[in-house]
Write a protein that binds this ligand. Structure first.
Ligand code: ATP
Ligand code: MG
Length: 249
């Protein structure tokens, strides 16, 4: 039995992308002969990795390289096309700003709703409710609809919910970039404390300083393939040198 918090084996993910355009008379004719083209897109190819409890891993790579797809598969939101993913314990995550939040409902109601959607009982949510509000520093705004929140305000509540249940695996996709300096410091500090208590972290960020500060290991995804897996500073230096070369190439 594996002791890893996350075990990914030969994982591949295929998307079918249809190039649909608005219907036109011309297309109606040409469609009779030729259907709308559809492309097969391999967002991830042959990914294998293992993450230990308490390990913080930074996931880097260019736009469209497969980072969010990998996190969503680990979170159980998407299914692999090939290969397997095993998570020991619960995987919690923060994906898009206000994702899962109902815009018309207040922050308060959204905390209850998110807890229920994650499978927690009313009692489990009630036990953490005050901590969530306090951590987010949103007490003054907790009874107004989330649609009136700024991006950073929504992020604060979302982050506070995601960490309150202390999942064994915590996945953070980019979102901390919209937090102000104070909340970023607080959030990264909290992530480190969770890590010390054994939570495995996977953090996606284009902010290399944040990755260097939090993660001892980094994974570089390149067109869906795992190009480098190793010491954060080495992988980041190599990635940044590659990006620089590409820029001037
Ligand atoms: N639901 C989907 N249907 C079709 N293609 C998708 C879907 N989700 C992602 N893709 C494609 O998969 C590839 C990887 O996307 P992904 O969102 O994982 O990239 P990313 O590394 O998170 O990029 P970014 O840095 O911009 O967030 C892209 O080519 C994208 O177009
Ligand atoms: Mg992404």
């Amino acid at each position: 039995m594996s002791e890893a918090a996350v075990e990914v084996r030969s994982l591949s993910k295929k998307f079918i992308v249809r190039h649909e355009r608005r219907p036109s008379v011309k297309r109606l004719f040409t469609r009779l002969l030729r259907p709308f083209p559809s492309n097969v897109l391999w967002a991830l190819r042959g990914i294998s990795l293992s993450i230990e409890p308490g390990q913080a891993v930074g996931l880097i790579g260019e736009n469209g390289s497969g980072k969010s797809t990998l996190l969503r598969i680990v979170a159980g939101i998407l299914r692999p096309t090939e290969g397997s993913v095993h998570v020991r314990g619960r995987a919690g995550g923060l994906f898009e700003l206000a994702a899962g939040f109902h815009p018309e409902l207040s922050g308060r109601d959204n905390i209850w709703l998110s807890g229920a959607l994650m499978g927690y009982s009313p009692r489990q949510v009630a036990e953490r409710f005050d901590t969530i509000v306090e951590f987010s520093e949103m007490a003054d705004f907790i009874d107004i609809p989330v649609k009136s929140y700024s991006s950073g305000m929504a992020l604060r509540v979302g982050f506070a919910i995601a960490v309150a249940f202390e999942p064994e695996v915590l996945l953070v996709d980019e979102v901390l970039a919209v937090a102000d300096a104070h909340f970023q410091r607080k959030a990264y500090g909290h992530l480190r404390r969770l890590q010390e208590r054994g939570t495995a972290l996977i953090i996606v960020s284009h902010e290399t300083a944040a990755i260097r500060g939090t993660c001892s290991r980094a994974l570089w995804l390149d067109h869906g393939q795992l190009r480098r897996d190793g010491d954060t500073n080495e992988v980041l230096d190599e990635y940044l040198a590659y990006a620089e070369r590409n820029n001037h190439g």
